[in-house]
Design a protein around this ligand. Sequence first.
Ligand code: ZN
Length: 300
Amino acid sequence: MSAESVIGVDLGGTKILAGIVARDGTTGRTIEVPTPDDGDAILSEIDRVIDELCAEQVRAIGIGVPMPVDALTGIAFAAANLPLGEVDIPGRLRARFGLPVGIENDANAAALAEWRLGAGVGTRDLVVFTLGTGVGGGLVVGGRLFRGWAELGHIVIEPDGPPCQGSCHGHGHLEALASGIAADRAARELWGDTADARDLVRRAYDGDGQAVSALERIGRYLGLAAGSLVNIFTPEKIVVGGGFGAAAGEILLRAMRAAATGEAMAGAADELAIVPAAFGEEAGLVGAALVGFEALDGER
Ligand SMILES: [Zn+2]
């Protein structure tokens, strides 16, 4: 590992992935632990994994959280899918470890990784969708990561559609229609209670017509959201990542492209490419580390 490394922490709904990361995005030692189901226990578990990694020489800490983050104060607001309320995580970590600490929403962090080191390198305007259990998103606008909420999963696609989960009280949002959870639901409707998103994807690639249609419907919803975003941000690229996004692959992307270009205004999508993410499971970890490097560079 190079002399200059930071600790990246990707706090997810089901697991915490932390690791030593160099400036070029290469990862050294990593630790993965299940996310505890209680807010205080989550914060102590984050402390514990950082303690363990701090045995190595690190210069800063960066953390990605599945919560909206105030870009000025670093305060994170109540999570939709975690038992964590408003909390000052950087303040806690700075006091405990005495290192520069950066924080960002996890999907924004993943977008930062794709933009700086992955499928979005060289773009000025970029949209990144992270399709996992939910739908995350991030935007690069005019050569800068957009530091607002960028909750692309909570764009309204279908009035009176299925409800969102957790603390989002909306209906017919992208997350309820185009996430891993939505794919689970589509699979259950087709083949009964034991089926899930994995079956849907596998059967679609085996050529099952119903599975292909269901996956294409999810791709179409994503494309509707993408087309609306294209009309606002005219990105050069849209990158699709996350566990479900990677698994759903080209069948999903093809339907997404068709719907996106169908909704885009004349000229807005001429140069648009919709491509798979370069980073897999580590996008959030590497992005969190890049946020750590930003905190480090900001202090010099
Ligand atoms: Zn929502």
